[in-house]
Design a protein around this ligand. Structure first.
Ligand SMILES: [Zn+2]
Length: 97
């Protein structure tokens, strides 16, 4: 049993939305509340892109082709970091104010 921090409604342990006030349990990303699996999918997609670009950048010999691939790999790692940081934290309740 868990209790909504906003309206004190008692909720089942696995509930992700408060039946009392509509608060959502999860991680806040760009003003939406998301569940952990969604974060993990995003994290793995960006890491996958980074790995593919790094391998591509390593495989191609032309410097002009290397640069955008390495840049894309760095960008993908940059995009993955916030998800990695969030996943280290606990999910919590959020309510639109
Ligand atoms: Zn509530």
């Amino acid at each position: 049993m868990q209790i909504c921090p906003f309206c004190k409604t008692e909720l089942p342990d696995d509930s992700i939305k408060c039946s009392g006030c509509g608060a959502r349990h999860g991680y806040l990303i760009r003003k939406t509340v998301q569940q952990k699996p969604w974060l993990m999918v995003r994290l793995f997609v960006w890491i996958g892109i980074a790995v593919v670009c790094l391998l591509g950048g390593y495989a191609v010999t032309a410097a002009l082709a290397k640069i955008p691939l390495i840049a894309m790999a760095i960008f993908a790692v940059w995009k993955a970091i916030p998800y990695g940081v969030l996943l280290r934290k606990k999910a919590r309740w959020w309510r639109r104010t």
